[in-house]
Design a protein around this ligand. Structure first.
Ligand code: AMP
Ligand code: MG
Length: 423
């Protein structure tokens, strides 16, 4: 196996240090670098700050052979990446007339009246010896600088500009410069179990994987309503990696059974959608406490119109009666959050939409409205199918949003299990 290359990623932009924005580019960059067997060992989020950026870049250069920057290549004074990198590397900046001409053409093509503002020409400044990377979706070109010890890549921040540029680098210059063993990953997701118990059950598998050649690494992560198991292997051939990961996934399925809802990184809503398509069934939902979240997640999947027919958010008791035909006596006797009402909602929406599968969700998201018998976090889910009606009461903990999400997760998981069993 060839030498493992180490990379650092810099996400540049002061907006990425506020509470409202997050750096997502580095995830895509990591995925792409891993394809070439390059490990990301360091990620930094830095504001539009010359000193901080220069200092961090100097440090990173001593630790890695590749540094990828995203952001800070814009035309304004607070876009500092190009200048800082040129400064640290001691490569003077000079205007590239070809880029300036392309910028002017782009400016006119977009219908702006000439002349183009002078500060746009900052984007045409290129450090000595750098290679220019074309940007098909924006004005700022990328840059590639190869020293003997390091490669530095500068890419614009907007994801739709960065992604195709990086993809082109990965199949071209980056591949030539850093060819090595590929790092291949697979994401397994598990519902209906807790992390510690899952980890314990998988312990014997981990030990076997560690000893295999090459070893399979595993990382377990608990998220709300699901557990994620990331498997990865570094091999010369992609086929060999795929074979090893497929074998490891089967071992996990043998231990955890149908609690594993995907071995291919799918979401729960994707899996439910595939099952509905496979079985040729259509679905309708009646949601109360989830406010349409289950439906929203189902519609996140492209092509969901093939099976999702209708959804009704019936928040009040009156609406449950008016829109779903829930008998007011049921609500008066058992309460709006009860098996009886959830089942009536599922049956009601199924009949209303004339479909094969009806789902009802009713619960108490909090923080108010709980009682001793039905505390905040109590959620009842019912699924009504041709040969089977099922309802279940859950007790979730957490804030309102978390209760809503867990309720949607449990509703989707209940559906998945019933659809799998094929009644
Ligand atoms: P810039 O190249 O610095 O002008 O970035 C422009 C825009 O790209 C920002 O306003 C963000 O919307 C987006 N952006 C920049 N950096 C990132 C990042 N690391 N992850 C996701 N989006 C980003
Ligand atoms: Mg910026």
């Amino acid at each position: 196996v060839s030498a493992i290359h180490r990379a650092a990623i810099f996400a540049v932009g002061s907006e990425l240090l506020t509470p409202s924005r997050v750096d997502t580019n580095s995830l895509f960059i990591t995925e792409q670098l891993n394809l070439l067997g390059i490990d990301v060992v360091l990620k930094l989020v830095v504001g539009d700050d010359r000193d901080e950026l220069a200092r961090a870049f100097r440090l990173a250069r001593e630790r890695v052979s590749l540094v990828v920057f995203s952001g800070g290549l814009g035309p304004t004074d607070d876009d500092v990446t190009r200048e800082v990198v040129a400064g640290v590397l001691g490569r003077p900046l000079a205007e590239d007339e070809g880029i300036t001409a392309a910028l002017r053409a782009r400016f006119l093509a977009r219908g702006f009246p000439p002349p183009m503002p002078e500060n746009n020409r900052r984007q045409a400044m290129v450090p000595a010896g750098a290679r220019v990377i074309t940007n098909a979706n924006g004005s700022a070109p990328g840059l590639w600088i190869d020293d003997a010890a390091n490669v530095t890549v500068l890419l614009p921040g907007p994801p739709r500009e960065l992604k195709p540029m990086l993809t082109a680098l990965v199949s071209g210059p980056l591949k030539e410069r850093f060819a090595g063993a590929a790092l291949v990953r697979r994401v397994l997701r598990i519902a209906g179990r807790i992390e510690s118990q899952t980890d314990e059950a998988l312990e014997p598998l981990y030990r076997g994987w560690e000893k295999s050649t090459p070893p399979v690494s595993a990382t377990i992560l608990a998220a709300l309503g699901q557990i994620e198991l990331d498997l990865s292997v570094r091999t010369e051939s992609r086929a060999e990696a795929d074979r090893m990961l497929a074998a490891a996934s089967s071992e996990v399925e043998a231990v955890l059974g149908e609690d594993v809802f995907t071995t291919r990184g799918e979401t729960l809503e994707q899996v439910v959608g595939e099952l509905l398509v496979a079985r040729g069934l259509r679905i309708a939902l009646a949601e109360s406490c989830t406010g349409g979240l289950v439906t929203s997640r189902l519609t996140d999947v492209p092509g969901s119109s093939r099976y999702l027919v209708e959804s009704v958010v019936t928040y009040s008791n009156e609406s449950k009666t008016a829109n779903l035909g829930v008998d007011p006596a049921l609500i008066a006797t058992y309460g709006a959050v009860s098996d009886q009402v959830a089942r009536a909602m599922a049956a009601g929406v199924r009949q209303r939409a004339r479909v094969e599968v009806g789902v009802g969700v009713t619960g108490i998201a909090g923080p108010d409205g709980g009682s001793a018998e039905k505390p905040v976090g109590t959620v009842v889910v019912a699924v009504d199918m041709p040969h089977e009606v099922h309802s279940r009461t859950f007790r979730f903990i957490g804030e309102r949003q978390q209760v809503k999400f867990q309720a949607s997760q449990s509703a989707l998981d209940m559906l998945r299990r019933m659809l799998r069993r094929g009644t």
